[in-house]
Write a protein that binds this ligand. Sequence first.
Ligand code: ZN
Length: 233
Amino acid sequence: MTMINTRSDNAYILLSGGQDSFTSLLWALKHFSKVEAVTIGYGQRHEKELTYAANIAKRFNIPHFIYNIGSFLQSMATSTLLNEGDHNGQHPVAEDLPASFVPNRNGIFLTIAANHAFNKGEKHIHLITGTCQTDYSGYPDCRDNYIRSKAVELSLGLDRPVNIHTPLMWLTKAETFLLASNEGELQALNELTLTCYNGIETLNEWGRGCGQCPACKLREKGYSEFIELQKGT
Ligand code: ZN
């Protein structure tokens, strides 16, 4: 995990309303004096994610900006997160990738967050995202080398140093639960976040969701491993 010395810096977090961005926010609040949240509406099938993000920002009393890019991504991308289809299947136009993959979603979101920070007059831009390579979702733009390259690209494009902090990059889902638990926020994590690809809000002991889609399966498995981790400590 990257350690930051300059608590006086502002940081901008991409807040989706899901488990990973919630936990990254807990990390951000410890390392930066001021944190703002940026959420992107992109025509996702489950717009209620935006409400979850807003409620999280309210809970932690941080400024929250929602940028709605409307049908921009939908008009050029095929994904079960945008259209109908089986999340457990393969991608309709790229059989080596998951059905839910939205091409360059992270890249576009990080560009928007960087522009937001630039527009606030930041001379050194700190972005935070909950992407993770350990329990790899199969999305190529969640990988560490992509995020590092993106930081270089944004720095060049804005002529400002841009750091992209990824506190969860090398954590397992179980360790992500542990991080939230250590901050005393396990209950809030379960109640205030929605990760389910089907947008099902049923509250389980591992969080909200259908229990059937890839995101729920990963979350449920991570939670049981977290319980085991706790027994061992
Ligand atoms: Zn689900």
